[in-house]
Each structure stands twice: as structure tokens, then as C-alpha cells.
Write a protein that binds this ligand. Sequence first.
Ligand code: IPM
Ligand code: MG
Length: 369
Amino acid sequence: MPSFNLFLLPGDGIGPEVMAEVEKFIAWFNKQGIAKLETARGLVGGCAYDAHGKAISEEHMALAQSADAVLFGAVGGPKWDKVPYDVRPEAGLLRLRKDLGLFANLRPAICYPALADASSLKRNVVEGLDILIVRELTGGVYFGEPKTITDLGNGQKRGIDTQVYDTFEIERISRVAFDLARTRRNKVSSTEKRNVMKTGVLWNEVVTRIHAEEYKDVQLEHVLADNCAMQLVRWPKQYDVIVTDNLFGDVLSDVAAMLTGSLGMLPSASLGAPNAKTKRRKSLYEPVHGSAPDIAGTGAANPIAMIASFAMALRYSLGLGEWAGKLDAAISAVLAKGLRTKDIAGDQPANASTSQMGDAILKELKAAA
Ligand code: IPM
Ligand code: MG
């Protein structure tokens, strides 16, 4: 039986509630003998700050480094609005991404037929949507230096963020996108702002060259990022794989999320480079939604993005792709039966709490097993 170490970082807000649903699946996989999934839990974000004054401790960073996969809930909330910038809750997530080298962030946006009416767009625009945003995650303006606010001494301050990309960073993320496109509809849309930004010029140049040298069989188009945002709400089905930088990927993936009906539906996988010997990639799986402090503790959170993130872990880190498919099908089936948490209920009242949704999906999975 394959054996794996999962490091669970539930975090803040609704994070622990949606993680509790995933733990039901982990327990069931163990009980069934499908895999031996050993878990450890750690603190990240505001709860870590409360416990030891840092957004993540060195000890928990080490556990994340040695895990086969990290499952991450959400971080942040108004309680920590005033904490120093370096130890704000989001710093824990950014450090995990950077130190684990998780440069490739996969954000699939799938509109389940049963949810097409929950989207703010018309049914025919989103029904059957299946796109994948591949976001560069360890570079760009998120990490570029200098990153400062300086006092100009004349009553003015200057804020500086630096957008920086090296060739190798663009090469490796474009290869991830092209490889994934080959397993899908074979099209990549590369997105930048080459009309304004030097990083965009370089991005365009490198993606074009990697395509010409290694991926001629894949269809490639270049789309300016603002146009891509517009096209995503106009006719999203024109896309298959969108590859883009860290900041544009952050923004475009929130847009893509709403196409699917709710931010509560979007999972993500963040992957590092394969280890030369073991071929394993470091990895972290997290829902795209945040900590939603307004509904934390009310049982209203939608656990689907977290559960679907666990499905991505089965597929990309645990070699259990077949089970990932079954779990995705179970989610789809439960939605088709009409179960809805508040965020996807439209103008109807919700008929499922966080745990009822989790239980129903597990029941469906058991029936399919
Ligand atoms: C995301 C989030 C993060 C980001 C925040 C929480 C730092 O919005 O994963 O999309 O900006 O990357
Ligand atoms: Mg975001």
C-alpha cells in the first residue's frame, strides 16, 4: 500500500471547517486501505501569529518541507489587520510558496452543469466551462526587490514594488502549461502586458521560443492581460490553458472562479520542480477562496474547493488519479442532486451546511467505490 505524509495547515477563518471535511476523506482512504495517509497538523497565518508571533514557525516550515503534500486551508482576517507587515497572515502562505519552490500554480475552473445558474453570467456562456489557469507563483511583483515604502522627506512617501522575471522562470512555467495543454484541448493562451511592461516583452519572447522549439503541436496564442480579463467574462469557453504571471494570475483566477458560480468551488495545486532522483514534486493544495471571516463558525462555508484540492493532491502527488476522478465525479453527482451551500444556492435558501456537503460527497464516493 502506498504511504504518504500529509501536512495539514487549516489556518484561519473557515480554513479549519473546510479542512475538517477533507479529514473525513483521509480517514476513509485509510480505512479502506487505498493508501496509508499519515497526517500532522500545523499552524499558519493569524493563528500562528497568536501562538508564536510569526505567520509560520521554523518547525512547521520544516514539516512542510518534508511532507509529500501540504494541504492548506485559508489565512487572514480583520483580527490581524494591524499586525506588522512581515508577520501578517499572508506572509506564511507566501513563505511556503517561495521556500518550497512552488512555482507552478494550477487553478482549474470547471462549471458543473448543475451550477450554471449560480454564475452571474448567462448559462450558455458558462455551462460546460473547463479551463485551467497556470499561474507563475514564486516570482514577479510578489517577491521582486526593492519592495519598500520610503519617506521622501517633503511630506511625501514613495511605495515601490518590483516586477521581475528571469528567462528560466518563464521557460519552466510555460513548459508546465504546454505539457498540461497536451493532456487537454491542446491550446495555450499566454497572457502579459507587453505593450507596457518589459517583463511582458520578455515573457512573450520566451513563451514563443519554447513553443517553437519544443511544442509546435500545441496551439499558442498571445493575449494582453486586460483583454484576457474581458474575454473571460465575454466568452470564456474560447480558452483551454491560460499561462500568466503571478499578479495577473491572481486577478484572472478570481474572475475565472466566479464563472463557475462561486469562489467556493475553485481548487488549486502549487507544484515545485520534480526532484532529480525521486521525481516527486514538492506540493501544496489550497482552495482559491480566502478565510471568509464573516461566515466562519456558522457552518455556511462551501467545502467543495477544499475537497477538490484534496482530489488534486490525489492526482498530482499521491499517484491516485483514478480516485481523484471518482472524487470529482462524486462532487458533480451531489451538485446534480441539488445540494447547495449558501454561496451556490442562488436565490433559494441553502439546503446544506459545510459538514452536510462533505458527508454527502463522501457518501457518493463510497457508493462509487
Ligand atoms: C491567492 C490569494 C493570495 C495571493 C493571498 C492570500 C496572498 O489571493 O492565492 O490567490 O495573492 O496569491
Ligand atoms: Mg487571489
